[in-house]
Design a protein around this ligand. Structure first.
Ligand code: FRU
Length: 471
């Protein structure tokens, strides 16, 4: 569509929709969400010239997966964000069906540059994809430089989500891919410039590195050093549940290993978040040397279109900003330290589960030290259940009404739960595992005691979190 036509429609959509979206009782108070329409993957996460930039997959015209462009917000503290001009809109033939996910780098001249997938669908149902560049134009917008890479031989039209970085000598890019015979892979490219790319090979995927059959498509890869090792995060599609693992329609997980610039020798695949909604995360290294991550608290194609926010004209939100770290060779996540600044007055409760008087959890930080067996209710539609060795998050499905569970191992350590109206992010054993979910408890949800041993002692620290909306 012509850019001016799209912009007219976006202005109307924002004028007509913003107040309605803001009035939704499920609207997050301190998480990022699109002003109107659909938000999905975090894109282009980078600290550049002293500001954090976060872009996001955005359909500004509705709650369906269509018209994908890139929204753009910036911040100096990862909490208070400012809207910037919309960065990318699908106006060209090489991106006719969406400016899909990608990343951002500072180019050789220090200019903020976006690398994204131009997605093109054909009437017969087939598609192709181009990896494209756009450069900051100095006036808050981005100038498109067009495609720099088209499909490699042997691959379907599903090759997308470029994550690019410079290793000190050259540019490197990983891409999510689906082969012609339906195997999910991560492709590696190298480039002397951002314009010229050579394929190195496939560094991970179904049938590689001892994984066996492991999905028909891998989306949103991200390869980065953390300490002495490398981590590959990616989102394989087409994996069947095994016991308590892989319970979502699509997976998101990590592989740890050694990367020599060409090959990635890695260990087993582990889920990055074991909750109901968490997908397509992206990381960046900031100037403090931290490896930061945002994820999408959503999942494509799973009961999305019945979410109760849709009547309010918006859908989905980001995770909280998280920091990655190792503990005993295990990839852990914690909410970034900046979030402490949102904490209000502390309330502490120590006693048995039966004595717990309940607390407001509209928007709150909870630290839980638990023992024995028991459970706490989050509104009437989610329950956190603990028993020796295991934490389970139960949630009533908003579409079917059926109670569903996701769970994680638990060594008995602290559990932190971040609540923001319609989201829960649980960090188990100081971040060794996480369980994230959307839930729709209605206005003013309460935390209250559930079932458990009568003598079950709990120690709970609660802080309300103040709002920090995007400006
Ligand atoms: C992941 C994903 C990406 C794609 C984008 C489109 O959620 O499917 O692979 O680039 O969303 O919005």
């Amino acid at each position: 569509m012509k850019e001016s036509d799209l912009l007219h429609q976006i202005v109307r959509s924002l004028l007509a929709g913003q107040l309605k979206a803001a009035a939704d009782p499920h609207r997050p108070r301190w998480h990022l969400a699109a002003p109107v329409g659909l938000l999905n993957d975090p894109n282009g996460f980078i600290e550049h010239d002293g500001r954090y930039h976060l872009f996001y997959q955005w359909n500004p015209l509705g709650c369906e997966h269509r018209n994908k462009g890139w929204g753009h917000v910036t911040s100096t503290d990862l909490l208070h964000w400012q809207h910037e001009s919309v960065a990318l809109l699908p106006t060209e033939a090489y991106e006719s069906h969406g400016c899909y996910s990608g990343s951002a780098v500072s180019d050789e001249q220090g200019r903020l540059t976006l690398i994204y997938t131009g997605n093109v669908k054909f009437p017969d149902g087939s598609r192709t994809a181009y990896q494209c560049l756009a450069r900051a134009d100095g006036e808050g917008g981005f100038e498109k430089l067009g495609p720099v890479l088209d499909l490699p031989a042997g691959y379907s039209g599903h090759v997308r989500d470029p994550k690019v970085w410079h290793d000190g000598q050259q540019w490197l890019m990983v891409l999510g891919a689906r082969t012609l015979d339906d195997k999910g892979e991560v492709l590696l490219y190298r480039g002397e410039t951002l314009q010229s790319w050579q394929r190195v090979g496939s560094i991970a995927g179904s049938g590689h590195g001892g994984l066996g059959e492991f999905g028909y498509m891998w989306e949103c890869p991200d390869l980065f050093p953390l300490g002495a090792r490398h981590v590959l995060i990616s989102c394989p599609q087409g994996i069947a549940p095994v016991g308590e693992d892989y319970r979502n329609l699509y997976q998101c997980g990590w592989l740890a290993g050694d990367f020599d610039g060409e090959r990635f020798e890695h260990g087993a695949f582990h889920e990055l978040d074991r909750g109901f909604e968490f997908y397509a995360p992206q990381t960046t290294r900031d100037s403090q040397g931290r490896r930061l991550l945002f994820g999408w608290l959503g999942l494509p194609e799973e009961n999305e279109m019945s979410q109760p926010t849709i009547p309010y004209g918006w859908i989905h939100q980001m995770s909280c900003p998280r920091e990655l770290f190792w503990q005993d060779e295990w990839l852990c996540q914690r909410p970034v330290a900046e979030l402490e600044a949102l904490k209000g007055e502390q309330i502490r409760f120590e006693g048995t589960l039966g004595e717990f008087p309940g607390l407001a959890i509209d928007s709150a930080w909870l630290d839980l030290d638990l023992c024995g067996e028991g459970s706490l209710w989050f509104g009437a539609v989610a329950e956190l259940v603990w028993q020796p060795g295991r934490i389970t998050l139960r949630r009533q499905n908003w579409q079917s009404g059926v109670w569903e569970t996701r769970s994680s191992p638990w060594a008995g350590g602290r559990i932190t739960v971040l609540c923001d109206r319609s989201s829960l992010e649980c960090f188990i054993d100081e971040g060794r595992h996480s369980l994230s979910a959307r839930y729709f408890p209605g206005e003013k949800p309460q935390l209250s005691s559930g079932n458990g041993d009568d003598g079950c002692k709990i120690c709970l620290n609660h802080w309300p979190l103040s709002a920090c909306l995007v400006q």
